[in-house]
Design a protein around this ligand. Structure first.
Ligand SMILES: NC(=O)c1ccc[n+]([C@@H]2O[C@H](COP(=O)([O-])OP(=O)(O)OC[C@H]3O[C@@H](n4cnc5c(N)ncnc54)[C@H](O)[C@@H]3O)[C@@H](O)[C@H]2O)c1
Length: 351
């Protein structure tokens, strides 16, 4: 029986991957310690999702472990020797990292090294998928010429008509401490691929979203925006006139790509993984999309100060992913994703 070890298994991506592989007959081992609630407060608590997985999936085993615990990680991977590893545990917030630099770096950089080295010792042939981020590019995308449209920014340079490719420099720009700790992990994952020949890849995520997110102001913008809308709470827009653009990808399409890579792995690869231009929206456009679904106008306040190092316009160029894995494409539209997020928050508010 094939087995997969998923870190961050109670989070958005981890829980989707757990359900995806369990439904396909794999034994699934999850590592999570609800650190999201420690990093981001009670709104970030992911125990509800852990309980859901444990209750619904007989093939799932939860391991209460901190990925910073080097001996614990080495021992678990040595015992399980999984057929694949999906690493989705992280301190995920761009803004939060500056207040907790040691926790951020120890989790994102050293935690990733713990898993890589554990994999090299116990199961070096098993595909290792690392959830990286588009913040590894720092604020370099902001240097691309852009034009202002009525509700969004867009690239004016035709070289970026399809979005941001993987060869954009990750060097000499402002990343936030989060972006920097994720760069360290990203480069290390590539190195275990190139230096040791292990089947590793980095998925540099745009906005990953879906019904399994525990969105808070500091992380998970679409999930949090929907929550604010449903509860009639004010959403704070930080700078760029609310026209900043993000590309949104449903966690199911992330899990589908991870599966495709595990079935046909390469060594030390890097992919920009987002919804692409078709699934992109500005904050102002997101307000309209959510209001169209919920029937409630969005209350918001504008703060005339962008978040440090934030992207003005970012959408992923998906052509490398599609060239390497022609069977993969984005299947969940943005309105459908919003419909599911609305449904999930409505359900959670009743339990
Ligand atoms: N959601 C996004 O928009 C987005 C965008 C780009 C990249 N990513 C990356 O994708 C990955 C998954 O993101 P997500 O949105 O699912 O995050 P999430 O916060 O929903 O899930 C992460 C999970 O990891 C757990 N965790 C954190 N630190 C841990 C530790 N030290 N030990 C054990 N468990 C720990 C948390 O409790 C949480 O359940 C992260 O690496 C993140 O940086 C996410």
């Amino acid at each position: 029986m094939k087995s997969v070890l998923v870190t961050g298994s109670s989070g958005l991506i981890g829980s989707e991957v757990v359900g995806y592989f369990a439904a396909r007959g794999w034994a699934v081992h999850g590592v999570d310690n609800n650190q999201r609630a420690v990093f981001l407060g009670p709104g970030g608590d992911t125990r509800w999702n852990q309980r859901r997985l444990t209750t619904e999936l007989p093939a799932f085993t939860h391991h209460e472990l901190d990925i910073r615990d080097r001996d614990g990680v080495l021992a678990l991977v040595a015992t399980l020797r999984p057929s694949a590893i999906v690493h989705a545990a992280a301190q995920p917030s761009h803004d939060r990292a500056a207040a907790i630099p040691f926790d951020d770096f120890d989790t994102n950089a050293a935690g990733t090294l713990n898993l890589l080295e554990a994999a090299r010792r116990a199961c070096p042939a098993s595909p290792f998928v690392h959830m990286s981020t588009n913040k590894v590019y720092g604020d370099r995308p902001n240097a691309i010429a852009r034009r202002e449209l009525p509700t969004r920014w867009d690239y004016a340079d035709p070289a970026f008509a399809h979005g941001i490719p993987e060869d954009l420099s990750i060097d000499q720009s402002m990343h936030s401490l989060f972006g920097a700790s994720k760069v360290a992990a990203d480069v290390m994952v590539q190195e275990y691929g190139r230096y040791f020949g292990m089947p590793t890849c980095c998925l540099r995520g745009g906005c990953l979203t879906g019904p399994g997110h525990s969105g808070v102001e500091l992380h998970g913008f679409l999930s949090y925006l929907v929550k604010c809308n449903l509860e009639g709470r004010e959403y704070r827009v930080f700078g760029y006139k609310g026209k900043q653009v993000r590309d949104n990808i449903h966690s199911l399409d992330v899990a589908r790509f991870i599966h495709a890579f595990i079935e046909a792995p390469r060594a030390g690869e890097v992919y920009n993984l987002g919804g692409g231009k078709d699934n992109s929206c500005s904050i102002l456009e997101a307000f309209e999309l959510v209001a169209a679904r919920s029937g409630k106008a969005q209350r918001y306040v504008y703060v005339d100060e962008p978040r440090a190092g934030d992207h003005v316009c970012y959408y992923s160029d998906l052509r490398k992913m599609q060239a390497h894995f022609p069977g993969w494409s984005v299947t969940q539209s943005l309105p459908e994703t919003i419909r599911q997020i609305v449904g999930s928050w409505t359900l959670r508010s009743r339990t």
